[in-house]
Design a binder for this molecule. Structure first.
Ligand code: 6PG
Length: 258
């Protein structure tokens, strides 16, 4: 796999038998990644994904496991958010709070959520970007290096809230951007490609037959990024690991053969 500049980067594909096995494999991968980041640098900065797929992974991460995670050293940001209040059923923060934050000793001050309740996506994106810049003490034009970025993929090939043929795909001078989804809740905020691609490790989850086409396109080098935005996730110096179940991987062999 090569990035936009053509430089190769590490890409792994892990295929589990079914959704339950995918949850176990992905949670184990994240647990090890969080543990290793803390061991190496004293803290782990992780961007969480929204949607349905990651919920079971967060619930498993919240369970005791080996290696044990020192949650007091974990800092959480979000890959994207819907512009809704945090207690709204569509809130990615709300989902992660129920599945994870309410069950582990993660200090609330170490959760950097996107203020969807502001109702103004551009203002929420700017506030989130300023929060991240402060947290990482980065000057403008430099990118925070997250230890782990967890992403999903939509059946249209979107990831985070970077949707096909939308202006957000072209924003590469900011940490976060207002975005528009083709389906409700339409108003979103998303991390931009430079932040996603600065990460030390990107993990993409996909489960179910409805994702098989998008996963195949994600691996097809003839497909433009605008048509399948997850293809724009090319960690410049990091690793990219896909965790799929068999249903989501069903069309992958053909694409890889091209
Ligand atoms: C969101 C997510 C989005 C998600 C995909 C897959 O806010 O919806 O960040 O990018 O990862 O849409 O969602 P599912 O896991 O629900 O299929």
């Amino acid at each position: 796999m090569s990035d936009a500049a053509g430089a190769p980067f590490e890409r792994r594909v892990v295929v589990a038998a079914d959704a339950a096995a995918l949850t176990v494999a992905a949670a184990g991968h994240l647990r090890r990644g969080i543990f290793d980041a803390i061991a190496a640098r004293g803290a782990c900065w992780i961007a969480l994904a929204g949607g349905r797929t990651p919920r079971a992974v967060y619930e498993r991460l919240a369970d005791p496991g080996t290696p044990a995670i020192d949650w007091t050293r974990v800092h959480v940001v979000f890959g994207d958010e819907r512009v809704v209040p945090p207690d709204h059923a569509d809130s990615n923060y709300g989902m992660a709070r129920a599945a994870l934050f309410d069950r582990v000793p993660l200090p609330p001050s170490q959760i950097h959520r996107i203020a969807g309740e502001r109702g103004d996506p551009a203002a929420a994106a700017d506030a989130y970007a300023a929060d991240l810049a402060r947290a990482f003490a980065v000057a403008s034009g430099r990118w925070p290096v997250l230890d782990i970025v967890l992403l999903g993929i939509g059946s249209d090939g979107h990831t985070a809230s970077l949707f096909p043929h939308t202006p957000a795909l072209d924003v590469v001078d900011r940490l976060a951007v207002a975005a528009v989804a083709p389906s409700a809740p339409a108003s979103r905020v998303s991390l931009t490609y430079p932040v996603l691609n600065a990460a030390r490790a990107v993990v993409i989850l996909a489960s179910g037959a409805d994702k098989a086409g998008a996963v195949a396109r994600a691996f097809d080098d003839t497909v433009p990024v605008a048509d399948c935005p997850v293809r724009g996730v090319r960690p410049a110096a990091g690793s990219l690991t896909w965790h799929l179940d068999a249903a989501a991987a069903a069309k992958l062999a053909d694409a890889q053969a091209r």
